[in-house]
Design a protein around this ligand. Structure first.
Ligand code: SF4
Ligand code: SF4
Length: 91
């Protein structure tokens, strides 16, 4: 399942997507994110998966702005940290 967290406003789409089929709850994203965007929860199948915290869902544009790639070399820390490529952003 792909879980989308975020919102659309006049300046664009600001979403973090977590592929819960790929996520194994390793917590690497939680540890690396400077804004505390991630937490681990137990899903309906009793698996531990990452989610975006309630607080951060309303301000992804601002929280993730400093991590936004400028050149091709730069990758968001959470994308780089995730061993399963489970995290995407809508930009
Ligand atoms: S882009 Fe940066 S601030 Fe946003 S979730 Fe990833 S590590 Fe956290
Ligand atoms: S780093 Fe990837 S696999 Fe690990 S908890 Fe985060 S989303 Fe899941």
């Amino acid at each position: 399942m792909r879980a989308n967290y975020g919102y659309t406003d006049g300046s664009g789409e600001w979403y973090i997507t977590i592929d819960t089929n790929k996520c194994d709850g390793c917590r690497a994203c939680e540890e690396v994110c400077p804004e505390g965007c991630f937490a681990i929860e137990v899903d309906d199948y009793d698996d531990e998966v990452a989610m975006v915290t309630e607080d951060q869902r309303k301000k992804i544009k601002y929280s993730c702005g400093p991590c936004k790639p400028v050149g091709k070399e730069h990758v968001e820390p959470c994308h780089e940290a995730c061993p399963h490529g489970a995290i995407e952003h809508s930009w």
